[in-house]
Design a protein around this ligand. Sequence first.
Ligand SMILES: [Mg+2]
Length: 242
Amino acid sequence: MHHNFLFDLDQTLLNFHASEYIGLKKIIESNGQTFTDELYQYFKKRNKELWMEYEKENITKNQLFETRFRLLFEKCNVDTSNMDLLKINGEFIKIMSQNGVLMKGALEFLKKLRNDIPNSKIIIITNGAKLNAEGRIESTGLNAYYDDIFISEVIGVNKPSIEFFNIVLNAINEPKESCIVIGDSLTSDMLGAKNAGLTSCWFIPEEANDIDKNMKEYDINYKASSFDELYDVLKKWANLSM
Ligand SMILES: [Mg+2]
């Protein structure tokens, strides 16, 4: 039996928003426009709304991809009628995938975890696209630090569904008690762990609200607000579950 650490990827090990910022800046500037933080915030807001429409099945993924860039360029007063917005979206994702950004201290943390905890396995569980996840992982050197990876686009289901976790558990062929889910998201990581009956650790490196209330609601076992804290928590868990 191993100690199986099931890590979420974005805003846990990698900084998705930092890569998104780089990608968007390049796209805007290569189209002759001026990139501003305000524009980035506008994109994030519209993008989030469009993803919600997609999840409700009101729009397709291609409509989402086109619309987010149509809105962005319209905000810059650019006529988009002759622009290939899907192609621009593809370029954006490509730039992001080549520009992974680590959460500060992530590699050192994983290295220490692997070295210090016997029989540890680092498994990445992420919602998202294969190219975007794998590219960012490789561009940061994170690929040297994990044993297995499960990407929703590849396996066909998302966290927090129980199917996602069942596929992971079957594939790694380890008992539930040997696994702990670590992630920043309540609605995908913590809810997913709860659905699957797994131990969980909520990673909250940025400010979080209603911590105690959420820990109760999502049956969260541990929390950590830095990699140092997370290391201590995981070491304690590993000792208990030996
Ligand atoms: Mg996350």
